[in-house]
Ligand binder design. Structure first.
Ligand code: SAT
Ligand code: MN
Length: 617
């Protein structure tokens, strides 16, 4: 199937694009788009940087910036024999994760943002942040980062320009996006780009605001240098702004991984999957099948590990998807040769490590990297750390949310279509959470609408990685709760309406790798063995595997899922799959919490789905 690539992208010109510092007088000459030049000039006047630095995303430029960053303390060059092209960064200790309570959607009225977002009146938002930005870049450099989210030439690819006073953000954005000339070429003389203004300010949580102005295609972020708060192409543009645009324009921006499963007969099936954090999304996206599957010819390839943009192809009426990102910003602790060997290869070169522990010889370490901790290191807070200190104080070597930033080109199982502007066809959508009770290993929704209900009710248990009580089920619809850039009611309706424009829609599934027995032991081995579940899902997408109808959906029996070589008797599997009346009642009561939270905003179709479930019960 062919899809016209974006006609707005002319071929590269002969002139190499500029990279480096330049005087403000050259702004109009160096910024090829007049709207961008005008907006940048306004931001310069507001932020008053000492220096301007235009980025083109080249390798030479990255090296120059790393050298600058090593000189000013932003980066430490790691042992280049062990970690070629890799650098280390330690953040401010109060700035280690996304700050949802300081994240706002700014619109004229509160109804547009609904009950799940923080709202700020747009004019007030601009006024408040203008006060903070005023002169905030004195003595600093403003980096100008033109970038594209999505494969170049894709009908959904979007241009953004980020202005930031953080060198760390500049190099991270080089890895995470397609940066430079390509953005100016795609933009042409249009006004259609996301205006992303960012300053770390004084990294003070009392003056930290992550503000989105969806009606103006604008993001203003102040006071944080952390990934999701500062790499504005990621959660801010590719999810919050994009979900808003998608709702207006009839496409979807989702917090999902995207993977290909190639069967022994060579047929490839793509599935997208949404999991709340701490459910092993990156591991699943890079899954290594058990030996018997690889021997038989199965292969798993990654298109993306965090975000997908999906649209309905006009010719086929089917859903297609791209990964808008060009890199991975993954959690480091717990990653090792066993849990995710492909991620280890991804981060082995040309990567940035943030908030792991630094060894005296330029090596790094994190909890879960190896059984044997180093005798001594400097931890993510810049303090001396030894196993003994850890025993006495509980101090971690690496922050639980420490991260690697790696180019996706490093991925040994990168899907061959990952850079294809036409995207990949989506045959299945998987929702999953971490649930110790009540929820079986896998089941399939009866239809799209039921699938939307399963996604809307998605819940996951809190882990020790987050603050607050452990083991509490948090509802996180479609794993999008902090990322829906508008009213969740309209978001659910948008999901339901997508059905009307698809001739053939993806099958929808729910998985749970984390169910426990009465002794608190995991009932499913997880990791590579999840391939067995994925095979059933792939076969179901093609109408091949068997399932029986149950109250909750279509479920496989022990004979329908490959348990061969697992040491799991059929009775154990049936137990893993069974949901008693009491368990289901407790689950339905748990869902009630979300209905109450969204009281008045739950579309009636969701209420009907709930009623249907209760009546089946
Ligand atoms: O919010 S980040 O994008 O920094 C990390 C994540 O939650 O995926
Ligand atoms: Mn994410």
């Amino acid at each position: 199937m062919t899809l016209t690539t974006n006609p707005k992208v002319p071929a590269a010109g002969a002139k190499a694009s500029f990279s480096g510092a330049f005087p403000v007088e050259r702004l109009a000459e160096l910024i090829p788009n007049p709207f961008a030049a005008k907006w940048i000039a306004e931001c310069i006047e507001l932020c008053k940087p000492d220096e301007l630095y235009l980025c083109n995303g080249s390798i030479e430029e990255r090296e120059r910036l790393y050298a600058r960053g090593c000189a000013d303390g932003t980066f430490v060059k790691l042992d280049q024999k062990k970690w070629p092209g890799c650098y280390y960064h330690r953040s401010n200790s109060n700035d280690v994760a996304r700050t949802e309570h300081l994240t706002y959607i700014c619109t004229p009225g509160p109804d547009m943002v609904g009950p799940t977002n923080n709202w700020m009146e747009a004019k007030q938002g601009y006024a408040k942040l203008r006060g903070l930005y005023d002169g905030c870049m004195r003595g600093r450099t403003m980096f100008i980062l033109p970038f594209v989210m999505g494969p170049i030439g894709s009908p959904l690819a979007k241009v953004g320009v980020e202005l930031t006073d953080s060198l760390y953000v500049a190099v991270n954005m080089q890895i995470m996006t397609r940066m430079g000339d390509v953005a100016w070429r795609q933009l042409g003389s249009d006004d259609e780009f996301t205006r992303c203004l960012h300053s770390v300010g004084d990294v003070n949580p009392d003056r930290r605001y992550i503000c989105h102005f969806p009606l103006d295609n604008t993001i203003w972020s102040f006071g944080s240098g952390y990934g999701g708060n500062a790499l504005l192409g990621k959660k801010c543009l590719a999810l919050r702004i994009a979900s808003f645009l998608g709702q207006q324009q009839g496409w979807m921006a989702e917090h999902m991984l995207l993977m290909g499963a190639t069967a022994p007969d060579g047929k490839k099936t793509y599935v997208a999957a949404a999991f709340p954090s701490a459910c092993g999304k990156t591991n699943f996206a890079m899954l290594i099948p058990p030996k018997k599957y690889t021997d038989a010819g199965w292969k798993i390839t990654t298109v993306g590990d965090d975000i997908v943009w999906m649209w309905v192809d006009k010719d086929s009426g089917k859903l297609r998807a791209i990964n808008p990102e060009a890199g991975y910003f993954g959690v480091v602790p717990g990653t090792n040769e066993k849990t995710n060997p492909n991620a280890m290869v991804c981060m082995a070169k040309d990567s940035i490590f943030t908030n792991v522990a630094l060894l005296p010889d330029g090596d790094i370490w994190w909890e879960g990297k190896s059984k044997e901790p180093p005798a001594e290191c400097v931890n993510w807070e810049g303090k001396k750390w030894t196993p003994e200190i850890a025993r006495q104080t509980g101090a971690k070597a690496a922050h639980p949310n420490s991260r690697f930033t790696a180019p996706m080109a490093n991925n040994p199982v990168l899907d061959e279509m990952a850079n294809d502007p036409a995207g990949v066809p989506v045959a299945g959508i998987i929702f999953g959470g971490r649930r110790s009770k009540n929820v079986p290993l896998v089941y399939q929704a009866f239809n799209w609408m039921h699938g939307v209900y399963l996604g809307a009710m998605l819940g996951s248990e809190t882990t020790a990685a987050a603050t607050g009580a452990v083991g509490v089920v948090r509802r996180d619809p479609m794993a999008m709760l902090p990322f829906i850039g508008y009213n969740i009611r309209d978001y659910f309706i948008h999901w339901m309406r997508m059905r009307k424009v698809m001739k053939d829609c993806p099958r929808v599934f729910h998985v749970n790798w984390f169910r426990q027995n009465d002794d608190g032991e995991f009932m499913w081995p997880g990791f590579g063995e999840n391939m067995r579940v994925l095979k059933w899902i792939v076969d179901r997408c093609h109408g091949k595997a068997y399932a029986v109808e149950s109250i909750i959906g279509w479920v496989p029996l022990a004979k329908d899922l490959d348990l061969d070589g697992l040491n799991m008797p059929p009775e154990a599997f049936e137990k893993l799959q069974s949901v008693s009346g009491d368990e289901l009642k407790s689950e339905i009561l748990g869902q009630e919490e979300l209905f109450l939270k969204l009281a008045g905003e739950m579309p009636k179709e969701m209420i009907f789905q709930r009623e249907l479930l209760i009546s089946r019960l």
